[in-house]
Design a binder for this molecule. Structure first.
Ligand code: PHE
Length: 341
């Protein structure tokens, strides 16, 4: 019995010395200290020994068990330290290496062009107003002097809601009325940016949802020359100090006279190219002197004040300047498109 115990101790310690990782350590533990280990079996057999041998064998068995347990604990701690040291080495951070830059987000081109225009208009003394995307028929059409049978009121062009006479605004021009009513009888000089909605077939050239910026200026003695001067100055601030502009007669129910402003093609510099269709000019906004009826609807006396208004499509300016050929890109959020800005 004593020989067997000595042999078990030697064998156990020898095998433990060869253990190099926690997996084989666990296997060792099961084999030498587990419930079915030879040592455990011997200890169960102690009871069957003759009384004279019992005390000595029992003592020795406990010694062997404690020796193996102590060696095991020491080995486990050694392995744990070694594994920690290894992990520390493996995961070491070289603080002298340059960092990996985190991918940075960027502003959406819609935001970029709007902010650019806000800055230009703010420098020129314009306030920025907001008005809602949902308007009544009264605001969107009636007060802007649209005749009852105007085609823009057609169900085909406007998104009507379940509420009678409530539409998604088809342009930012109802903002003119809001801005005038908030200011009358005092002068007003404001822009109103926002989304507009038209019930149209979606193509590369037309979206059902697009941005507009409305402008409204009302005060005593405002004339057509103020409109031309202000908008030409705006174009120069936006596109460069030498850019030329021209005004062509047009028609809007809420302005009289009405015009469209063209800027010299900023792609070819006016020589003629595919972007300006060889004309040298790009149309960028609609404008005009606020119709007396609209001034009255805004709360002003047309005998005391006059004003001008304009409406532009910021996305159109971006499309022209960046040669974007598909307006749908502005709402698709395709990163391949967005990352180019
Ligand atoms: N609301 C017009 C449009 O959507 C643009 C415009 C605004 C024209 C203000 C004149 C004055 O086309």
């Amino acid at each position: 019995m004593l020989d067997q115990l000595n042999a078990l101790e030697q064998e156990g310690l020898a095998q433990l010395a060869a253990v190099a990782d926690s997996e084989s350590l666990e296997a060792w533990r099961v084999k030498h200290l587990g419930r079915n280990a030879q040592l455990a079996e011997l200890m169960t057999g102690l009871g069957a020994l003759p009384a004279a041998e019992k005390p000595l064998a029992g003592k020795r068995a406990n010694e062997v068990k404690r020796a193996l347990e102590a060696a095991f604990a020491e080995k486990a701690e050694g392995l744990r330290q070694a594994e920690l040291a290894q992990a520390a080495e493996r995961d070491a951070v070289d603080v002298t290496l340059p960092g990996r830059p985190a991918p940075a987000g960027r502003l959406h081109p819609n935001t970029v062009v709007l902010r650019r225009l806000y800055a230009v208009f703010a420098d020129m003394g314009f306030q920025i107003y907001r008005s809602g995307d949902v308007e009544t028929d009264l605001m969107n059409f009636e007060l802007l002097n649209f005749p009852k049978d105007h085609p823009a009121r057609d169900m085909q062009d406007s998104f009507y809601t379940n509420e009678p006479n409530v539409v998604l605004r088809t342009h930012t021009s109802p903002g003119q009325i809001h801005a005038m009513r908030a200011s009358a009888p005092n002068p007003v000089r404001a822009i109103l940016p926002g989304w507009c909605y038209r019930y149209e077939q979606i193509t590369a050239r037309s979206e059902v949802q697009f941005l507009q910026i409305e402008g409204i200026v009302v005060g005593p003695g405002i004339r057509m020359s103020d409109l031309k001067g202000t908008l030409t100055d705006m174009a120069r601030r936006l596109l460069g100090p030498d850019v030329r502009t021209r005004f062509r007669a047009d028609y809007f129910p809420f302005t009289e006279p009405s015009a469209e402003m063209d800027v010299e093609c900023f792609v070819c510099g006016g020589k003629g190219c595919s972007v300006c269709k060889q004309s040298g000019w790009l149309e960028i906004l609609g404008c005009g002197m606020v119709h007396p009826t609209v001034l009255r609807n805004g709360g002003y006396d047309p005998d005391q004040v006059s004003g001008f208004a304009f409406g532009m499509g910021p996305q159109r300016i971006l499309m022209l300047s960046h040669r974007i050929t598909d307006i749908r890109q502005f709402l698709q959020n395709d990163l391949r498109f967005l990352e180019q800005f």
